[in-house]
Design a protein. Sequence first.
Length: 90
Amino acid sequence: MNEHINRRLVMSKDLNGANKLFGGTILAWIDEQAYIEVISILKSTNVVTKYISEIEFISGAQVGDVVEIRTTFVKAGKTSITLKVEVINF
């Protein structure tokens, strides 16, 4: 399966008190993108996020920045799918 890419524009409603992209917002975007990827693979909406690991915030994004969310299929088990999700700030 291929890598899928989605882009989001950072707007003022997405910022924290330091005027950077709020971590909770980017985590929601990651979760949403992973959900879309999994339902497209399974052809079912009966899925939940069980586990997210290895979150590392390297740099912040500001209003007007475009962030790219890259989702790559890693493996599938009997009851789970593992994806790799990377977020890049242009």
